[in-house]
Design a protein around this ligand. Structure first.
Ligand code: FNR
Length: 186
């Protein structure tokens, strides 16, 4: 059965390296797996329970519904100060208040990219901790972090072009598809 995956991007920056990684994913997907981008988390207001009581913003509702309908979510994000960017945490906080909560039982894979030498890997364990409370089912391995990403992208709009990095990412996508099917068939 075909799988439909969606990508949640943790950067709002126009020239984002993580966006360049995210844009490469559809081409790197295994057979019968489609990968599409979710909307921008930049359209989410700052989380405020009073705002929530007045009604969820359309961008939040649309993303929650898209996640609920998907077979899995790939979170592609920068590392900020050894953790996840505040905008990503804000988005996850909003989504976590939806009912039904879209991440419950949802397979999630994590990818980070950074110009630095560790590829944003330190953010991944903070993100995994958040996803525990959201009750997502997170792929353990392979972990994907793209270090030194500035020299691995090219084109306009920019795309992850480095062949070794692309193969590394494709390996995770293949493992993620197997992981989702294993849970589904269990
Ligand atoms: C960073 N950056 C960064 N990089 C990293 O590898 N580890 C880190 O802890 C941080 N911390 C950090 C904090 C803040 C506030 C900023 C703005 C940046 C650098 C970061 O990886 C770089 O800006 C990337 O280009 C951000 O990802 P996008 O927007 O290109 O996808």
């Amino acid at each position: 059965k075909p799988l439909r995956l969606v990508v949640l991007l943790g950067s709002l920056r126009q020239g984002s390296f993580n966006a360049a990684l995210a844009r490469a994913l559809p081409d790197l997907a295994p057979e019968s797996v489609t990968i599409t981008a979710l909307g921008s988390i930049g359209d989410f207001p700052h989380y405020d329970a009073d705002l929530q009581a007045a009604g969820f913003a359309p961008a939040v509702v649309a993303m929650g519904e898209a996640i609920a309908a998907a077979d899995g979510v790939i979170i592609v994000t920068p590392e900020y100060n050894y953790s996840v960017p505040g905008v990503l945490k804000n988005a996850l906080d909003w989504l976590s208040r939806m009912s039904p909560q879209p991440f419950v039982g949802k397979p999630v894979a994590i990818q980070t990219a950074s110009p630095g030498g560790l590829g944003g890997v330190r953010a991944q364990y903070h993100l995994r901790q958040i996803l525990v409370f959201l009750d997502a089912i997170v792929l353990n391995k392979p972990e994907v972090m793209v270090a030194g990403v500035a020299s691995k992208v090219g084109g306009e709009p920019s795309l992850l072009e480095d062949q070794a990095a692309r193969a590394f990412v494709a390996g995770q996508l293949s493992a993620f598809a197997d992981f989702i099917r294993r849970f589904r068939d269990a």
